[in-house]
Write a protein that binds this ligand. Structure first.
Ligand SMILES: [Fe+2]
Ligand SMILES: [Fe+2]
Length: 232
């Protein structure tokens, strides 16, 4: 049983949650994450924008893919043998597969929603910043996130918690910076798969809460592995 209060599926006052986020400090990021934030700010601007959100969400699923792959590698090791595998180890691996898949699906929807909103608003994207660079960054992040999880799952969970904390704060700040979006109804073809929201600002707040849930999952996994709590 987790001590964290996950938000998905709950009826919450999203504006209250926004203020809660902004009153809570971000988790501390290491030099690798700080380098990533700096690169994103340099290439896409310090202020959050829908095109920047799309690039962030392209990258966001890679650590979860690494967790899923790590779980599968573990299952292969447990089942490619002639004796019965240890049930607790099997459950551990299957949990990584489940959590990795579930989180990737959620990040994928954030990416699809951002792309849909960019299209609806007629925002033009450049070939360099929205075709070439995201592909290069995705390849680098793929290699990095898989290597970190392979050598140190605890580091992967710690870094992901900090990354998600950063994302939660950025998206809540983005919603707060655009009070006019509280009165802008939002529609998307992806509401078939994602909780419908009444305004664009609420959609950004809901996505920010997903990032908070991702942070909690990462913190929980870190604690299970190390017995230590991430405090800030
Ligand atoms: Fe996301
Ligand atoms: Fe996330």
């Amino acid at each position: 049983m987790s001590k964290y209060e996950f938000t998905m599926g709950k009826e919450l006052d999203l504006k209250v949650e926004q203020e809660k986020t902004l009153a809570t400090p971000c988790l501390r990021s290491n030099f690798i994450l700080k380098g990533m934030y700096w690169t994103m700010d340099f290439l896409y601007g310090k202020e959050v924008s829908l095109p920047k959100v799309k690039v962030l969400e392209i990258l966001a699923r890679y650590p979860y893919w690494a967790w899923e792959k790590g779980g599968y590698d573990g299952l292969t090791g447990l089942y490619a043998r002639t004796t019965d595998p240890d049930r607790s180890k099997v459950d551990h691996c299957r949990h990584y597969v489940w959590l990795g898949r579930y989180s990737q699906d959620n990040e994928e929807l954030h990416m699809l929603l951002a792309e849909d909103l960019i299209g609806q608003k007629g925002i033009e994207l450049s070939w360099l910043k929205h075709y070439l660079l995201p592909r290069i960054m995705a390849f680098v992040y793929f290699c990095l996130s898989h290597a970190i999880f392979f050598f140190s799952p605890a580091t992967s969970f710690y870094m992901n918690a900090a990354f998600e904390s950063h994302a939660e704060h950025e998206y809540m700040k983005f919603a707060k910076a655009h009070p006019e979006w509280d009165n802008e109804p939002v529609e998307s073809k992806y509401f078939e798969f994602y909780p419908r929201q009444k305004s664009l600002a609420d959609l950004l707040r809901r996505i920010a809460l997903d990032e908070r849930d991702h942070m909690f999952h990462s913190m929980h996994e870190y604690e299970k592995l190390t017995g230590k709590t991430i405090t800030g």
